[in-house]
Ligand binder design. Structure first.
Ligand code: TRP
Length: 448
């Protein structure tokens, strides 16, 4: 079997690409609206706890599997547990990534449309109500939705076919720093609005009375989704990492960056929402309706609108790269000559798969699957069933097939992490993570 011929050029390149995968619609779009509807600060706090105590251990497990074998996910499981069915974790991951990207790219398309609008529409002359209309017109227009989804996927294909170093790493190194800078500008603007303190209070002061079992489980799902866990993407990404780089340091940097961006997202959005007397519980349209409405009434609003849509596009694209890479790597198995063609063909299939999702807000809005639109049904299947299932299997697989000494040795390469830290990690991975996921599952299917 071939070892990976492709490699990240540097640790920072890897960290930015992996953080790019993690930071996306989950942190910037989903987290604020879910926090907005489920208790603000309390939700954010338990999200951080789950990210640290369930997400980080699982991220380290995926990293260890990838770097230890230096193979893409399916081959990695096959090498560690030959002759067993465990490589189906990788296969499940490939199918999940494929489906996830098919509807993720629909929202990516909306971002493309909004970025274009930030350059062509003068939002300062629009009324608050116009933004709701603009959003529903956008997502229900079949031609617009599909074209935008196509453009988003074309950009993703263009980068991924360039390979790990020249495609994903290079573009992440450009996009991620820009994302951080633009976000900082937006947060400064938001925090200096009148009455911003109320938004800060809503987002950061926990009110535990608003937490329910439901929202707690939601926070677990959000923690996994936000770190791109459960589909073995982080196995594939870490397989391109040199052995002398520390996995522990990389993982902590990625988790810190993700939490930091989630914090910035809340600090950008809630002060603005409260300052203009709007509702934080708008749901999914929060960043597409409320935010532009707020921007429309501040000086230089169009500029901030543009900055926000640019950073949202960059965040969404770098996540999409990882989803496509997961599928492509599993097919090419690192035979470089196949990459270009495989990426394009896979991308086309994902586009076709995504069409019903793109039409779910217009043409197909009345065609229901289990009482949901196609988009919502697929999102439910992927986010609430396939992702947690993948995460559960990984947490069961790792301690079973890799001995403690092998795991600890891999995690100690390039770092002097203390033994007791690794012991805590092991316990969290082997016992706490699977139990938490099983409880969440039982709840979702209605048993508890
Ligand atoms: N983490 C990304 C986000 O928050 C989405 C994502 C990319 C993802 N790859 C993933 C989610 C793999 C789950 C699994 O937007």
């Amino acid at each position: 079997m071939k070892h990976n011929s492709e490699q990240w050029t540097s640790k920072i390149g890897f960290i930015l690409a992996a953080a790019g995968s993690a930071i996306g619609l989950g942190a910037i779009w989903k987290l604020p609206y879910v926090a907005g509807t489920s208790g603000g600060g309390a939700f954010f706090l338990i999200f951080i706890l789950f990210t640290l105590f369930l997400g980080l251990p699982l991220l380290l497990a995926e990293f260890t599997i990838g770097r230890y074998t230096k193979k893409e996910a399916i081959s990695a499981y096959r090498e560690i547990a030959p002759g067993t069915y465990w490589n189906w974790i990788g296969k499940l991951g490939v199918v999940t990534s494929f489906l996830l990207l098919s509807f993720y790219s629909v929202v990516g398309g909306w971002v493309v449309i909004y970025l274009f609008r930030s350059l062509t529409v003068n939002i300062q002359v629009m009324e608050t109500n116009d933004f709701g209309q603009m959003f529903s017109d956008t997502i229900s227009n079949p031609f617009l939705a599909i074209t935008a989804q196509f453009i988003f996927l074309a950009l993703t294909i263009l980068v991924v076919q360039g390979g790990i170093q020249k495609g994903i790493e290079r573009s992440s190194k450009i996009m991620m720093p820009i994302l951080f800078v633009f976000f900082t500008l937006i947060v400064i603007r938001s925090l200096t609005l009148d009455n911003s303190i109320e938004g800060i209070r809503f987002f950061l002061l926990p009110d535990f009375s608003s937490l329910t079992g439901e929202t707690t489980l939601f926070a677990i799902g959000q923690a996994f989704f936000s770190l791109s866990l459960g589909v073995s993407i982080m196995v594939t990404y870490s397989s391109y990492l040199k052995s002398e780089e520390s996995l522990v340091k990389s993982a902590t940097s990625i988790v810190s960056l993700t939490i930091f961006i989630s914090l910035l997202a809340g600090l950008a959005i809630f002060p603005a929402v409260f300052s203009f007397g709007m509702e934080p519980s708008e749901g999914p349209p929060l960043v597409f309706i409320v935010l532009p409405a707020v921007f429309s009434s501040i000086p230089l609003g169009n500029v901030f609108f543009f900055l926000f849509m640019t950073l949202l596009l960059f965040a969404t694209l770098t996540s999409a790269f990882s989803l496509l890479e997961m599928v492509v790597a599993s097919i090419t198995k690192n035979e470089g000559e196949k990459r270009r063609k495989t990426t394009v063909i896979t991308g086309i299939f994902i586009f076709i798969m995504g069409i019903p999702s793109a039409l779910s807000f217009g043409y197909l809005s009345d065609t229901l699957f289990f009482g949901n639109t196609f988009f919502d049904a697929l999102d439910y299947l992927v986010s609430n069933i396939m992702l947690p299932m993948g995460a559960l299997f990984i947490s069961l697989f790792t301690p079973r097939y890799l001995s403690k000494s092998t795991l600890f040795a891999e995690l100690r390469k390039g770092s002097r992490v203390k033994l007791y830290v690794l012991q805590i990690w092991y316990v969290l991975l082997k016992y706490v993570t699977p139990v938490a996921i099983i409880i969440a599952f039982l709840h979702v299917v209605g048993i508890i």
